[in-house]
Design a protein around this ligand. Sequence first.
Ligand SMILES: C[S@@+](CC[C@H](N)C(=O)[O-])C[C@H]1O[C@@H](n2cnc3c(N)ncnc32)[C@H](O)[C@@H]1O
Length: 306
Amino acid sequence: MKDINNQMGLNSVWTESLARNLHPDSDALVDHLRTVHQEHTGFTEACASTCRDEVGRNSYEWLAEIVPDSKGLNVLDLACGSGPLLKILFDRNKNLNLKGIDMCPEELGLAKTLLLNSGVDLIESKAQDLTAINDNSVDIVLCHWALTLMDPIVPVLDEVRRVLTSKGCFAALVDGPINSAPNYKEVHDLIYSYVQEEMPSYGKIDLGDPRIRGSESLRNLARKAFPEAKVTIETNVVSMEGPVTQVAEIASGFFYAAFVLKPEKRKSMITSLSNILVISNGSNHAERHGRFSMPISRLLVMPDIK
Ligand SMILES: C[S@@+](CC[C@H](N)C(=O)[O-])C[C@H]1O[C@@H](n2cnc3c(N)ncnc32)[C@H](O)[C@@H]1O
């Protein structure tokens, strides 16, 4: 029996397995992700919507640019969460046929509210088994900040390949190279150091397939799954500024690791994080201003037109 919020800030089969020095399996991963998203529904949208690149786009808008403004395109948002990417696409072009898939019912519940009366088809399913979608039926598959969480990953890429038309395109937003945004590695290392005090192997073992986190290994995986396609990876940086404690809260929301901290420990981590992120000290503590930047990458798998 799983005991949520007992020894840890959040307890799942995955964290229990890690605490016992075992290697969690894919069912434990699904249980962990469902637990995090059940407890903190909508957190990705809240964090990712606020961070913008140099020209003012958030990561959803950057990914949405892949979809041309043509009529009748079939677009699938894989692991759509609370639906922000689908909402951007729907608001921009009512003539798209949009579908969203996610394995977390609470996130899909939020997406249903966000996309009320839009006609967007929302389906509860795992990305490894897209039986609800016909072969060769989708023009564009998008995946925003979720590929990194999927293990096994090869069946996901095989399913994407199966549902795409021969001229179809797959685009995914993933974490970018750790050193390509100022202070990002420091933020990452700080959060993991807090978590590792309680669970030493968190980090050595992490969510998802580690090959998605490295540009070269990601490129190789995508080339193997889509041998006839052109595979490219672009990088970008998104940032946000504001009262430093608020910035630290948002920054920590990008790290699933932060959710396993107990409330007291989390509070202390946010204080340390604020000290890394501060950019100007006001006359009192409440006025301290902070900035958080994070690297992002956009994987593009396009038909190779020679
Ligand atoms: C970080 S959130 C991203 C949500 C949304 N794409 C966004 O960016 O706002 C990750 C989402 O992936 C979903 N997810 C993770 N692994 C999945 C899998 N194997 N199949 C389907 N959904 C999955 C989770 O339920 C969660 O909603």
